[in-house]
Design a binder for this molecule. Structure first.
Ligand code: G1P
Length: 275
């Protein structure tokens, strides 16, 4: 039912300068795998095989990562290192990748609208690769697809955050519709409000399922917070009609767009790899 996942990956990654001067932030590795590979694996686990990536200038490494590297493969063929490529080879063989470029950086909403050409007229998932999620019995996208199947409207993943951090996230207000499933019908959403203006401490994290009418809404959405076209503002239009569900996902999120979260994720995955 949800067949495509959109990866907005055109952002500059300024919180990671100078590392991101010539390297896409999505290619920063947690242990031996770049962030975007974790994202693609999460989409695959949710039964999605079509990856649609919105890139920009300086992001070619992403395309090369999800492709064959003949020279390298030739060099290591038959040696002990060859198995290090097994995982990525199998991933590449299981899904397709398509790309489009965001020419101007006008915000997450604009990036998603740029992806319309790859998505078309069907519901789709959005995954922000710098939010690395793990730890539940199944991945966050797989959990959200189950919620989508029930409500058939846009779904945002949320988590509770300390009130002094509301200005880093889209914040929702809503009423609990299912206590066991932890779902809320969204009545309001605000992009990065100051704590005193925040309608709650329920923050949107980088996982969305969107119905395709979002593209028409985005076309009409005026620049909001920071002068950018915000997906939060477009979703508010759907929410006013009761068509957005927020889902408190099971598992853990690391904000790998910043140094603290990146180090935490590295330590977490390192411990995991040591058994
Ligand atoms: C974006 C969204 C924000 C959301 C966040 C999740 O912000 O605009 O609503 O809470 O992703 O990571 P960004 O982190 O790109 O500034």
């Amino acid at each position: 039912m949800i067949k495509k996942c959109l990866f907005p990956a055109a952002g500059y990654g300024t919180r990671f300068l100078p590392a991101t001067k010539a390297t896409p932030k999505e290619m920063l590795p947690i242990l031996t795998k770049p962030l975007i590979q974790y994202g693609v694996e999460e989409a695959l686990e949710a039964g999605i095989y079509t990856m649609a990536i919105v890139t920009g200038r300086g992001k070619r490494a992403i395309e090369d990562h999800f492709d064959v590297s003949y020279e390298l493969e030739h060099q290591i063929k038959g040696g002990s290192k060859e198995q290090l490529l097994d995982e990525i080879r199998s991933l590449i063989s299981r899904c397709t990748f398509s790309y489009t470029r965001q020419v101007e950086m006008k915000g997450l909403g604009h990036a998603i609208l740029t992806g319309e050409t790859l998505i078309g007229n069907e519901p789709f998932a959005v995954l922000l690769a710098d939010d690395l999620c793990t730890g539940g019995q199944e991945g966050v996208l797989a959990q959200m697809i189950a919620v989508y199947e029930k409500y058939q409207c846009s779904i945002v993943a949320i988590e509770e955050i300390p009130f002094d951090q509301t200005n880093k996230y889209g914040i929702i207000a809503g009423t609990l519709v299912d206590k066991t499933q932890d779902t809320y019908r969204v009545s309001d959403m605000v992009e990065k409000p100051d704590p005193q203006d925040a309608p709650s401490n329920l923050a949107i994290i980088g996982r969305y399922i969107l119905t395709p009418d979002i593209f028409d809404i985005l076309r009409k959405t005026k620049p909001g917070k920071g002068g950018e076209i915000q997906i939060t503002d477009a979703l508010l239009e759907q929410a006013k009609e009761g068509r957005v569900i927020a889902y408190k996902f099971k598992g853990r999120r690391f904000d790998c767009g910043g140094v603290d979260g990146f180090v935490e994720a590295t330590n977490y995955f390192y411990k995991l790899s040591q058994g």
